[in-house]
Design a protein. Sequence first.
Length: 441
Amino acid sequence: MLAVKYIIFFGALLVGVPLLTAWLIGHPKRVRVMATVHAASIALSVWVSLNFFPDKFYRGTSRGMETTFTDLFALALLGAIFLRRHGRITWLPPGWWTYGLYFLAGVLSLVNADSFLYSAYELWKMMWMWVCFLTVYNYVRHTRDVEAIFRGLGMTAIFALLVVLRQKYFTGIFQVSGPFAHQNSMAMFFGMSGPVFLAHWLEKRQTLWDRYLYPAAFVAAAGCVFSTLSRGAIFFFPIGCLPVAAMALCRRWDARKMKILLALFLVGGVGVAKMGGTIVDRFLYAPKASGDTRVKLAIAARNMANDKILGVGVNNWGIKINPPYEYAEHRVGKVYADDYKDGLVETIYLMVAAECGWWGLGVLLVFFLYFFILNLFNMFHYRHSAISYLPVAIAGGLAAGGQGVFGRALADAPGKGHVGLGRASVGHPEGHPAFGFVIHH
């Protein structure tokens, strides 16, 4: 079976990718279609992937050296752009140094890692993130076409809702994850892309895509977010949509927009009323043991960060949280079953601090802040253009992304990584900073 896996991977990499690249360079329309397929393939990445040296029982953010079809599509698309532009593409986009520092933090943490293999899982993932980011950045830069990507993301939302409905009503799953590895991953992804779908719905209606795809995608994204029953996602999703609605009304007040927003308010009210009991229970009556566990794991993360300047090793949390290490104070002096393994700390920030040190957390915050500020500049730069709605929608998505403070959304999704550079809403399930990159020039 292992031999078959290698044959499939190297066959796809050495034969499939070059053939696809050769087909793409034949016509610009094929490149546009591939950009849509690349974004839409996110919906299948949790099922269609090749995982080398897997350890499916490891309690960490990566459980193998995973390569998805999304990654291979990105490689083929980047190759086509490279050839069509005769090699004139941007290898170091604006802000590349922030991700470079973040990657460096992961590499330096290896000095304290118990398992280089587990760390390699995460670094491999981050490498593919960079490939996907370069692909999306250069595609948008050289084609000025963001619509192809957003259409693919809209298709992902609709497909995800179908998966959610099946999980919820046919298999009886309480907190659904859709086509993602974890419900928080899905909540983060659609919490950030939902405001973009809403902005397209309110501001554009020239094509059938605008009239039907984006309304359906927004409704699907909202349904996916609320179906996760994630308290952070439920709280932040409306906050992310508010600036989009306000901007749309300020730009041009008309009856169509009012009807859409009123309909959404009424439908949303009915949906909240239907799920109200469950949502209230999640906010008010969450198990005390769950809250206690989160606090204990947060203390353990702090202990790791304080003990090792460079962190305990990227993706080595699952080792260091358990004996013989004593970072988990709640386990000292207590007897657990031999096969008991503690879980992951519930915020991306503490996870990074534990695995890459406090300085690594500082780099992560600089990384986020850079692209947040870049997007603010875009809001002013494009305020009189045809896409003035887009930076505002992205700002709403970034606001909705605030749920990352409360969950491990960025650490547990397919394709993934702690940050998810460049894939969030322009090519992969997590990592919102790409938004700011994409429309910068």
